[in-house]
Design a protein around this ligand. Structure first.
Ligand code: TMP
Length: 229
């Protein structure tokens, strides 16, 4: 399907992935690449409405399967409206979360298991898989603390996106473990980066990994071989 390059960012809440995604987008644009940035849930007008329902702490009694279905409804809309057209146009697409989040949060956190998530992915995402996934894994306690603090500080009174961040430690531990399981299973696609390093050090690691993949995909020029003039 894809002619461009599809890159996803994953991690626990508060892992710093959104900051890194923005910095990577600027780095790639500076090299002349056409970059499309999107996120899940959200990224489209319909998706933003679904996001409101999913993340609002005031949403109560949402069944785990309903939550799973809403995540995939949002994703199908984002693929149709944003991701597929951008890839067909040859863009590098940077997506803040994708199906690995559903496997980690609904499959692991909500204990629905991986199988139902992967089956829904097949049905609703038309065989689209990331070319590369950057998984930012910071120390577990630190991420959780950062996520809760961030939500308290940044959310305006009428927008409280903390429904997942308020889940207990066990939930987040299961999300963390599932991410590790996904990375071990899909090691050809998923690169784990230690999110406890300073922001600039993480950025350098990410750009080195991504630039190399884009050179291999023919989207960036190859570096001259060492010693060749
Ligand atoms: P974020 O946009 O700040 O990363 O927050 C999105 C939240 O939604 C985060 O807590 C993870 C959760 N989420 C899921 O539970 N399943 C999913 O499939 C996705 C995309 C996100």
């Amino acid at each position: 399907m894809a002619e461009g390059f599809f890159l996803t960012f994953e991690g626990l809440d508060g892992s710093g992935k959104s900051t890194q995604l923005r910095k990577l987008a600027a780095h790639l644009e500076a090299q002349g690449l056409a970059v499309t940035v999107t996120r899940q849930p959200g990224g489209t007008r319909i998706g933003d409405r679904v996001r409101g329902l999913l993340l609002d702490s005031k949403t109560e009694h949402l069944d785990a399967m309903t939550e799973l279905g809403l995540m995939f409804s949002d994703r199908a809309q984002c693929i149709a409206e944003v991701i597929a057209p951008a890839l067909h146009g040859g863009n590098v697409v940077l997506c803040d979360r994708f199906t690995d989040s559903t496997e980690a949060y609904q499959g692991g956190g909500r204990q629905l298991g991986s199988e139902v998530v992967l089956r829904m992915h097949k049905l609703m995402c038309g065989g689209l898989h990331p070319d590369l996934t950057i998984l930012l894994l910071a120390g577990f306690d630190k991420s959780l603390h950062r996520a809760r603090r961030r939500n308290d500080r940044t959310a305006p009174a009428d927008l409280d996106e903390g429904r997942f961040e308020r889940e207990d430690q066990e939930f987040h531990r299961r999300v963390h473990d599932k991410y590790r399981e996904i990375a071990a299973r899909d090691s050809h696609r998923v690169v784990i980066i230690d999110g406890d390093r300073p922001i600039e050090a993480i950025h350098r690691l990410i750009t080195a990994t991504v630039d190399e993949k884009l050179r291999r995909a023919g989207l960036l020029p190859r570096l001259p071989a060492a010693g060749v003039r």
